[in-house]
Design a protein around this ligand. Structure first.
Ligand SMILES: Cc1cc2nc3c(=O)[nH]c(=O)nc-3n(C[C@H](O)[C@H](O)[C@H](O)COP(=O)(O)OP(=O)(O)OC[C@H]3O[C@@H](n4cnc5c(N)ncnc54)[C@H](O)[C@@H]3O)c2cc1C
Length: 151
């Protein structure tokens, strides 16, 4: 087991923390806001457009520049896996015009709530109102972080 520090408790940070914890690591999230997923709350006009249910190959056609960059990401954790992930956390989803996927409730807060519950279930430690100012590196290894004095 190693210690994993996640800087930022947005969508990416929460997902990274969930998967690191699932893989047996001791995980701590540092978030400068007073709550997790603040931006996620306003996404999709408050409904959170989770993913798109089109065929993965079709998704690449919608990427304006350098779609190859996303190849590994799209195939490592596909749109279907994203939907299954949230359904397994108890968030029912629906597909709308253009194959856009939303929670049935139309509330992005349900996505945030599901992720928060999963973080707690997995024992992820969460430090809110904590801004990481610097990541300390020695001999190409991360040795720690420095928290802003204002936090
Ligand atoms: C109006 C709007 C609507 C959108 N709608 C959608 C949508 O429907 N579907 C969709 O997929 N995407 C949507 N997006 C894009 C959306 O913002 C991203 O999908 C999502 O928020 C990206 O998550 P993230 O974790 O990468 O970044 P963020 O959500 O920005 O999370 C980063 C987190 O890191 C924290 N942080 C940053 N620096 C530090 C630090 N030094 N120390 C501690 N914490 C730190 C921030 O406070 C923040 O909480 C929308 C964006 C906007 C602006």
């Amino acid at each position: 087991m190693s210690k994993v520090i996640v800087v930022g408790g947005g969508a990416a940070g929460m997902m990274a923390a969930v998967f690191a914890a699932e893989n047996g690591h001791h995980v701590q999230i540092y978030e400068k806001n007073d709550r997790l997923g603040r931006k996620l709350f306003i996404t999709g006009k408050g409904r959170c457009n989770i993913t798109n249910a089109s065929d993965v190959e079709e998704l690449f056609q919608a990427v304006v520049s350098n779609p190859k960059f996303l190849y590994s990401a799209f195939y490592s954790f596909t749109n279907e896996q994203v939907i299954d992930f949230f359904e397994n956390l108890g968030v029912k989803t629906k597909v709308e015009r253009g194959n856009r996927v939303f929670p049935v409730s139309d509330h992005s807060s349900d996505i945030i709530g599901a992720l928060q519950r999963e973080l707690h279930r997995l024992g992820v430690q969460i430090s809110l109102c904590t801004e990481v100012e610097k990541i300390c590196v020695e001999n190409e290894k991360i040795t720690g972080i420095i928290i802003s004095d204002d936090s």
